[in-house]
Design a protein around this ligand. Structure first.
Ligand SMILES: [Zn+2]
Length: 69
């Protein structure tokens, strides 16, 4: 049981490394980032979808989109 929990923890921490690619709407003004390029939250984006890294998005103070977790 403990081993299973450990595996789960390793999975969670390795699932989102800082250099993970994320997508944001426009080069500024957006407050959310997205893991999926075709996320529902990005479908309403009227600007260019910019690909960046999770680390940079978090440095900009962006938070994960409400459609994802
Ligand atoms: Zn999203």
């Amino acid at each position: 049981m403990k081993y299973t929990l450990l595996l789960f923890f390793v999975f969670l921490t390795s699932f989102c490394p800082p250099d993970t690619s994320v997508y944001i709407c426009g080069s500024g003004g957006s407050k959310k980032y997205h893991f999926k390029e075709h996320c529902r939250g990005l479908s309403s984006c009227r600007q260019e979808v910019v690909k960046t890294t999770l680390k940079q998005a978090q440095n900009l103070g962006l938070t994960i989109c409400g459609w994802e977790d």
